[in-house]
Write a protein that binds this ligand. Structure first.
Ligand code: BGC
Length: 413
């Protein structure tokens, strides 16, 4: 067994004979001849060169306004390709190979061809969002008897980490070949007081691509003083291809019986309401599986023309337990191509966001126009505004504790 990939790697018998023979000859030269079989060396820690995935490719993405250089990392495995930048630890593209040899690959995430797009204002395409994803009501919270005021960037509320959240920071990067495949580990030190949050937080996001078509996103953090954290991966998926317009024709299953109704500022009211009998119902048992468009057409009810439409709500993941077990949160499918994405995570909630606020003004990769509902986010996380609901899974992180959030995106075609 190799500790690296957890699989037994058999050395070809011929090679074994040669290695054994060479070692035996050497030992013989030292004066203690032993039979080749007993001379077999311990298995090496790394798989043979042919079985090892390629190291991530690295190239320059561009220069930030302050002169620092951002880079792009490309992970290749099993015909899939993920490209990620150290600016915002952002997934910039994800290529799903065609079904038959020679079929073109399809890029299924929204984003930009150049760094300037990500430096500018955009709705968190592909980003690692932090310290706290989603909204914190009134941009303030109390921790251990002290009140903290955060940057408010969404009306009176704090959204996705504030004005300069983790999506706008340059992370340190360590490309490598991990236990499951090529990987890049990004790390970031967020100083005490960053966007109003207490404590110096050290965050890490690791992307790994496996040969089975899984994109694993692991988010971790530690702190030197009590703080709050809720890191979120914010890719906009369009399984028909990032430039193909509305995702209304996709089919969706959300493994949740309850969701969190919100007020006019998108702050949860505090109730976990049943989805049954509402447009929020995407339970997997429904047959046929519901079209995303059915919710876009129904929500919000009686909306004036031009109102952003669709679900933008957190769901309570079925059977969740705080034990780190990965549970299925959602399945998204483009019936036309057959491409399917299954999201599993260890988090209690999943924010389903149907790209309601995309309005056709952003132009992305290869000139794509991002129209309303042009991509869909499946953001596993602790419930939004949890800090104001002590009865919900806690976002508090204290020194000595490790925050961890694992997501597995599995693609089939
Ligand atoms: C939120 C939306 C928000 C979007 C872009 C999503 O996570 O739920 O309300 O508009 O991010 O900021």
């Amino acid at each position: 067994m190799t500790p690296r990939d957890g699989k037994a790697v058999r050395r070809p018998p011929r090679l074994r004979r040669v290695v054994g023979g060479v070692l035996a000859a050497m030992l013989g030269w030292l004066g203690s001849p032993i039979p080749p079989s007993a001379a077999e060396p311990p298995m090496p820690d790394v798989p043979p060169a042919a079985a090892r995935p390629a190291e991530p490719a690295v190239r320059v993405f561009g220069s930030l306004p302050d002169g620092r250089e951002a880079r792009l990392f490309t992970l290749d495995a099993g015909g899939f390709r993920a490209t990620i930048t150290d600016f915002g630890a952002i997934l910039t593209s994800f290529l799903v190979p065609g079904r038959n040899a020679g079929d073109p690959a399809t890029d299924v995430v929204l984003g930009f061809d150049n760094l300037a797009g990500y430096v500018g204002k955009h709705p968190y395409f592909g980003a690692t969002v932090g310290r706290c994803g989603n909204r914190i009501a009134g941009g303030a919270f109390e921790l251990d008897g002290k009140t903290y005021r955060l940057a408010t960037n969404n009306g009176p509320n704090h959204l996705h980490g504030g004005l300069v959240g983790f999506d706008k920071k340059l992370w340190s990067a360590r490309p490598h070949v991990g236990a499951r495949g090529p990987a890049v580990e990004f790390s970031l030190v967020s100083p005490d007081g960053d966007e109003g949050y207490p404590g110096q937080l050290t965050a890490r996001t690791t992307y790994t691509l496996t040969a089975e078509g899984e994109l694993i996103v692991e988010m971790e953090a530690t702190t030197d003083a009590p703080t709050i954290v809720n890191l979120v991966h914010h890719s906009y998926w369009n399984l028909a291809g990032q430039a193909s317009g509305s995702i209304a024709g996709h089919e969706l299953a959300v493994f949740a019986d309850r969701y969190l109704p919100v007020d006019a500022g998108s702050i949860p009211t505090g109730v976990f309401a049943p989805v049954a009998g509402t447009p929020f119902d995407f339970r997997p048992e429904l047959a046929p599986r519901r079209r995303v468009g059915s919710a876009i057409e129904a929500l919000p009810p009686d909306a004036a023309p031009g109102t952003p439409r669709g679900v933008d709500h957190d769901y309570v993941v079925r059977d969740w337990q705080p034990d780190g077990t990965l549970r299925i949160a959602a399945i998204l499918k483009d019936p036309a191509s057959g491409r399917t994405l299954e999201v599993r995570s260890d988090q209690p909630g999943v924010q389903v966001y149907m790209g309601n606020f995309l309005d056709g003004t952003l132009h992305g990769k290869a000139g794509a126009v991002y129209v309303p509902n042009g991509g869909l986010c499946l953001e596993t996380q602790k419930h939004p505004d949890s800090i104001h609901h002590p009865e919900w899974p806690s976002v508090r992180l204290a020194p000595g504790q490790n925050y961890r959030h694992v997501m597995v995106h599995r693609f089939t075609r």
